[in-house]
Design a protein around this ligand. Structure first.
Ligand code: ATP
Length: 513
């Protein structure tokens, strides 16, 4: 645990020190759970967004994009169920005055029991060595089965109580399990209350005519209300998808895991409209496709797992999360939801307009079913950044901090370094920058000894360093150093573009899908 916390602290300080993420309005002591992306962060974020957009829109003939507004007619949120049901159950600790999500307190309690299971597994693996069969152990070991049953009973009861809006029972559960305030250990709790997560705002200047609006809590509804516009103007045939990236806002109660849970964040969503009855097939397809997208970035298959939902949201007939191993454990990174015809039907009812598709093959109208893929861009950023940040012991006994970002996502692809600031070397280096900048984000760095510059670029995540030295003056060759292997090669200046392209080209990465 301590190791995880240490790693997380390193992630936070590295993100600030190397210009990736700053606290919002830091000079005023910041705003809780709101962050700004800095000069490198904005590039990494853009590259992740582009990587998603290319995979989803450019690579699919039947998926198109839109960019809907953050402000929408308020009835949208009545129809979608957000006004009535977008609530989190919250509980306050009377002694510490801290506020928590009641369901998260119970889930964290269960995560601790899960930790005990993992410990048993580790112990047994050590005892049995090569003969150890994890599946069999999990299915037969008495202690593990006992733990698992306890988790199932607790989560089962929590799920039921939430579904029945029985908040008194959620409090009773917290008390029975003797869950204490994680910060102070106090068990002096208030009742559990529902809290709507939408931010309200007003449209219009005068107090009596102003209209109450919400900042959108998800981007999906902008797609649903435009479904027919896009289908008709784009002459789209089912099955087809509409994709969108953009800001969403949630007044999160517990928001203290850096950019994992923010109050203002960005989503990348795609709604795929299908014929009723085919949704299960498409749900499976999209689960698989999305996981492949993640795996194409080469961050390790062990870092991902599916979590199939047992308790479904009011609009879904199947749902799963792709969970990622963040520095604080496995947590949701992306959701894949089979949303039925809930949203389109609800908008039909509330707007009085038909939102149906005429299927020529079937010769009839119907409201399509929807399979959604929804990923948080900021969570993806954290997944990429935290996994890439590594400390390596080198052969000479020193350590180096290196940000091994997938090269396709790295903010700067190459740094051009003149060995010394004289003898015409800076001029050649500048010329290389001017040439390469048409194709890639590159930078120029002449300050400090070249070894220190290499370390700085490693920590910045730059895949290549290109050093111009005195031999360059004679033979037009430079040294190209690879961030991950630290291997150095002598190559002609004219070869640089192809070498870099090979490593950072989206095509070469997406083709791994
Ligand atoms: P959680 O259970 O963690 O609150 P959720 O199930 O409410 O998430 P969805 O409504 O399914 O999330 O939103 C889709 C995606 O948007 C999530 O998988 C996540 O990556 C991202 N997301 C949701 N809430 C936040 C937030 N407050 N900050 C950053 N990203 C978020």
């Amino acid at each position: 645990m301590a190791k995880q916390e240490d790693q997380f602290k390193k992630v936070l300080s590295h993100a600030k020190e190397y210009g990736y993420v700053f606290q919002s309005s830091e000079i005023y002591d910041g705003l809780s759970a709101v962050y700004d992306y800095a000069q490198n962060g904005v590039e990494l974020k853009k590259n992740i967004r582009d990587y998603w957009w290319k995979a989803m829109v450019q690579m699919h003939e039947n998926i198109v994009g839109i960019d809907a507004s953050i402000l929408m007619h308020p009835t949208t949120w009545k129809a979608s169920g957000h006004v009535d049901a977008f609530n989190d159950p919250l509980i306050d600790n009377k002694d510490s005055k801290k506020r928590y999500r009641a369901d998260v307190l119970v889930e964290d309690y269960c995560a601790k029991i899960e930790g005990k299971i993992e410990k048993e597994v580790k112990k047994a693996a050590k005892r049995f060595g090569d003969a150890f069969n994890k599946e069999e152990f999990l299915a037969t070991n008495g202690r593990v089965l006992g733990y698992q049953e306890k988790i199932n009973t607790i989560l089962g009861r929590l799920g039921k109580s939430l579904e029945n809006e029985d908040l008194a029972d959620v409090k009773a559960l917290i008390e029975e399990l003797e869950i204490a305030d994680p910060l102070t250990g106090s068990k002096n709790w208030t009742d559990v209350k529902q809290f709507n997560l939408m931010f309200g705002t007003k449209l219009g200047a005068s107090a009596d005519t102003a209209m109450d609006l919400y900042l959108r809590p998800e981007t999906a509804q902008g797609i649903f209300v435009n479904f027919l516009n896009v289908q008709k103007t784009g002459r789209m045939k089912i099955p087809f998808g509409i994709a969108q990236t953009g800001k969403a806002f949630r007044n999160e109660i517990v928001a203290r895991q850096f950019i994992f849970r923010m109050r203002e964040f960005e989503q990348m969503e795609m709604q795929f409209f299908v014929k009723p009855g085919t949704q299960k097939e498409w749900y499976d397809t999209w689960k698989e496709t999305r996981l492949k997208w993640h795996l194409s970035l080469g961050m390790g298959a062990d870092n991902y797992r599916f979590h199939d939902h047992e308790k479904l949201a009011h609009y879904a007939d199947a749902a799963a999360d792709i969970e990622f191993k963040f520095p604080f454990g496995f947590k949701e990174l992306e959701g894949i939801h089979s949303r039925t015809d809930f949203d389109l039907k609800a908008h039909e009812e509330h707007s009085g307009k038909k939102l149906q598709y005429f299927d020529h093959a079937e010769n009839k109208n119907y409201v399509p079913y929807v399979v959604e893929t929804s990923i948080g861009l900021d969570r993806m950023f954290l997944a990429v950044f935290s996994t890439s940040l590594q400390e390596e012991e080198l052969e000479n006994g020193t350590t180096r901090t290196v940000l091994k970002l997938p090269a396709v996502l790295a903010p700067t692809k190459a740094a051009i370094l003149p060995l010394v600031k004289k003898d015409g070397l800076p001029e050649i280096a500048r010329k290389i920058v001017d040439d390469l900048k048409w194709d890639f984000n590159v930078s120029y760095d002449e300050k400090d000894a070249v070894g220190r510059r290499y370390r700085r670029q490693d920590a910045n995540g730059t895949p290549f360093c290109i050093t111009v030295d005195h031999d360059t003056l004679n033979d037009n060759t430079v040294t190209i150093r690879h961030r991950d292997t630290m291997e150095q090669k002598r190559v002609a200046i004219s070869e640089l573009r192809d070498i870099i392209k090979e490593e950072v080209d989206v095509k070469n990465w997406l083709q791994k899908m």
